[in-house]
Ligand binder design. Structure first.
Ligand SMILES: *Cc1c(COP(=O)(O)O)cnc(C)c1O
Length: 407
């Protein structure tokens, strides 16, 4: 008799996005003909730069001829792409890594979910609160929680963000084994300084803990002194894995391409250098057959000087939207975090409203859809996430409507 993996029954129901869809649908049904404006999505909307498109077309042409056709590539990714990633880290972050420390994948989300599998089931996991849900859910499925209670998973350690710490928590007081960090953060848009990240690196080295650093929004950082890779912090290669993606940095949300860095030097309590890197290599080679060769051709173009410039143009467009949103909300006296080195604005609900009350208010009075912060964790209550992904004209209309209907 087959039996289910009981850990799935411990997951709280996926409530956030279905509930947003439900409320939006009900409202639209009651207000036929009224156009809603969406500032809720975390999905890119603008066209790919032609440099990337041309590179992918050229790869497709190669595949169309028997002489230049290629099938499976290396599970770890094409060597030129891994080399280009290595060069990119050196050039843009001043970080020295080896090409074989980069593992190319079909995206950061699957890597973020799969990485927990390298670690023992009895590891104590710490996550930021609020957080991108994949870190939490993958560890629940991995057996590291006994269940959901009072809005949190028992067994996980929550590092609370709040207005006092600017949504950048300190390292935990107790001993934990795995720490997930995401900067620039989804959903809050907060970005840790080098000093703040160093505190986590120091903690991890002292406790033989491992940091999983999600840098999916690294290209949105414009302040030179802010770290765009955790390896800008001394000692991080011994204690950190970095996950990143072409999704938000190059508009590849639908194309699908990401990478994970597992340094040779990475260690944990019961492993020597190179053990964890070897385990991830083994995992990728047996459970994964490599990212799409067409996507990898596009990724290689995105890392070239011309491609990088074009992608930064895309990032600047979204950041222009973020500025409009942030300035608009702040002009109404709404307190905002993020929106500068990040595509997300984390807005405090006015007049003591809860996340869902402010969501309903914006929907009903302004016809704008945002994302309730409470959906990202208990500490998100009292906030909403406003996303800059959208066409400029729609963002401008949405902000104009909020300004007009909220004063
Ligand atoms: C969008 C996003 C990703 C990207 O995931 P992909 O699978 O590469 O598209 C990763 N982490 C965070 C926090 C994100 O918001």
């Amino acid at each position: 008799m087959a039996r289910i993996n009981d850990n799935y029954t411990k997951l709280a129901s996926g409530y956030l996005f279905p509930e947003i869809a439900r409320r939006t649908k009900v409202w639209s049904a009651n207000h036929p003909g009224v156009q809603l404006m969406r500032l809720g999505i975390g999905n890119t909307t603008e066209a790919l730069p032609m440099v990337l498109v041309d590179a992918m077309k050229a790869k497709l042409d190669k595949l169309s001829s028997r002489d230049t056709y290629t099938g499976y590539g290396d599970e770890q990714g094409d060597t030129p792409l891994r080399e280009a990633l290595k060069d990119f880290y050196k050039k843009h972050y001043g970080v020295e890594l080896l090409a074989d420390e980069f593992f190319v994948s079909d995206g950061a989300k699957s890597d973020a979910a799969n990485i927990q599998n390298l670690f023992s089931e009895d590891c104590i996991v710490a996550v930021q609160d609020p957080a991108y849900p994949v870190y939490v859910d993958s560890n629940v499925v991995g057996g590291r929680s006994t269940g959901f209670q009072d809005g949190q998973y028992k067994g996980l350690v929550y590092l609370e963000g709040n207005s006092e710490n600017g949504f950048i928590p300190l390292p935990p007081k107790q001993k934990v084994d795995i720490i997930y960090l995401c900067f620039p953060n989804n959903p809050t848009g907060a970005v840790a300084t080098k000093e703040q990240l160093k505190a986590f690196v120091d903690y991890a080295r002292e406790n033989k803990a491992v940091i999983i650093f999600d840098a999916a929004y690294s290209s949105y950082i414009e302040d030179e002194e802010l770290p765009r890779s955790i390896y800008e912090i001394e000692g991080a290669k011994e204690c950190a894995i970095e996950i990143n993606s072409f999704s938000k940095n190059a508009g590849f949300t639908g194309v699908r391409l990401g990478w994970t860095v597992v340094p040779h030097a990475l260690v944990c309590e019961n492993s020597e250098p190179d053990v964890l890197r070897g385990m991830w290599n083994r995992r990728q080679c047996t459970f994964f057959n490599g990212a799409s060769n067409i996507a990898q051709a596009g990724g290689l173009a995105a890392l070239s000087d011309e491609g990088y410039k074009a992608c930064q143009g895309l990032v600047d467009y979204y950041k222009g939207n973020a500025r409009i949103i942030k300035e608009g909300l702040e002009s109404l006296g709404i307190e905002c975090i993020g929106g500068k080195n990040s595509p997300y604005i984390w807005a405090k609900c006015p007049n003591g409203m809860s996340s869902w009350e402010f969501f309903d208010f914006l929907l009903d009075k302004c016809h704008v859809v945002v994302t309730p912060g409470a959906g990202f964790g208990a500490a998100g209550e009292g906030y909403v996430r406003v996303s800059s992904y959208g066409h400029r004209e729609n963002v401008e209309m949405a902000i104009a409507s909020i300004k007009e209907n909220m004063r």
